[in-house]
Design a protein around this ligand. Structure first.
Ligand code: NAD
Ligand code: ZN
Length: 358
């Protein structure tokens, strides 16, 4: 991020990995080593292809693979990666390529930020969630004990290369999980985009390449716009936390057995419920938000969680200001704002609504 807040790196939107060597061209890779960091699922699918494409344009290439899943987003994996890089004699001028979802991107970015006090890295996100969300914005890090993203750094990639074609191999569950963040982007910043997503529901679910390209482009634009205005999260970037206050609480209390995007989707139904009860959303708008979750196979309710426990967990969330939760509410579709006045009773009512038999 430059001083004026503009992103200092390029984001390429492509439909294959084919242009990776060309896009990496400006990074003068000819005399640099590259380490592709990936998990074992993505590695099997794509590491061979990416390695083959990049080998001719760099000095030396290798692949570091770790077991797929959130459980790998730890200092242990980062430690293994440091060891691997030391054994391979990686120097300051060399380069890491994060090939995979948000777990890969977050931990590779953190390793890049800290190995030899910082080496360059490139994001090649392969999940919908990482393409529209986690690969942009420079938040890197790992989980620590049971705390999510507890240790990390703001560290920007040199480039982000988004291959929408990779989305075709995602499981339905992972794909729809990404839709939670996509819908969130529309709800907080753009009613037009939100309506467009609704109109293209069936093409999106069919994963039509052209439609996915347009979807990722617009969603990325919103994330980029918000992040550029507020790179270090001092103000407006908080809007991206829409759905995350209650979402994180559910995620934690369910021991991460529900995917992040699904928890966010639940969380924004609750936040929308509060907005609706305050008269800022019409009946039509509120029920449309719920219906869209159903359309994209995202949850609108859960059972077995205690309202008081969720309420307490929301208070442990990092996003507090002067002891008050920074709650993100909607003034309307596409218009989010930070509200510091949400009461415990409002949260209870919203959580009870999620917990109810619908
Ligand atoms: P993930 O990286 O674990 O990927 C999900 C699963 O999909 C994994 O099993 C992976 O192997 C598989 N996968 C990835 N790409 C695939 C493909 N193209 N085809 C088939 N399978 C594929 O998880 P995620 O949902 O991408 O990201 C979640 C992580 O992102 C969380 O740790 C979260 O904290 C983090 N996150 C970070 C930010 C940020 O700003 N840095 C923002 C949001 C989320
Ligand atoms: Zn999120």
């Amino acid at each position: 991020v430059k001083k004026d807040g503009e992103l200092a790196y390029k984001i390429w939107l492509e439909d294959s990995f084919g242009n990776l060597p060309v896009r990496m061209g400006e990074m003068q890779t000819a005399d640099r080593k590259i380490c592709i960091v990936t998990d074992d699922i993505v590695g099997k699918l794509y590491a061979g292809e990416v390695e083959g494409l990049l080998a001719p344009v760099c000095k030396e290439i290798c692949v570091f693979t770790f077991p797929a899943g959130e459980a790998s987003k730890t200092l242990d994996t980062v430690r293994n990666l440091y060891e691997y890089l030391i054994n391979e004699h990686f120097e300051r001028k060399d380069l890491l390529v994060a090939l995979g979802g948000g777990v890969t991107g977050d931990l590779t970015g953190f390793a890049a930020a800290t190995y030899l006090r910082g080496i360059d890295f490139v994001q090649v996100p392969t999940t919908l969630l990482s393409q529209v969300d986690s690969s942009i914005g420079g938040k890197t890090g790992v989980d620590f004990d049971s705390y999510k993203n507890m240790v990390g750094a703001f560290y920007q990639p040199k480039m982000v290369y988004v291959n929408v074609g990779a989305l075709k191999t995602l499981t339905d569950e992972q794909f729809y999980c990404g839709m939670g963040e996509v819908l969130k982007h529309g709800l907080i910043k753009s009613a037009d985009y939100y309506e467009w997503v609704i109109e293209h529901l069936s093409e999106i679910c069919e994963r039509e390449q052209d439609v996915l390209g347009a979807l990722v482009r617009e969603s990325l634009k919103i994330k980029r716009y918000v992040v550029e205005k507020d790179p270090l999260e001092k103000g407006d970037r908080a809007l991206l936390n829409f759905g995350h206050t209650i979402g994180h609480a559910v995620e934690k209390l369910k021991n991460f057995s529900i995917l992040h995007g699904q928890c966010v989707a639940l969380g924004y139904v609750a936040a929308s419920y509060i907005s609706w009860k305050r008269g800022m959303l019409s009946n039509e708008e509120f029920f449309e938000i719920r219906d869209m979750n159903v359309g994209f196979d995202l949850p609108i309710s859960f059972d077995g969680l205690d309202t008081e426990e969720i309420l307490q967990a929301t208070k442990l969330d990092k996003k507090m200001e002067k002891g008050q939760i920074k709650f993100i509410l909607l003034k309307g579709i596409g218009e989010a704002y930070v509200d510091l006045t949400v009461t415990d009773d409002e949260i209870r009512e919203a959580v009870n609504y999620l917990n109810a038999d619908l």
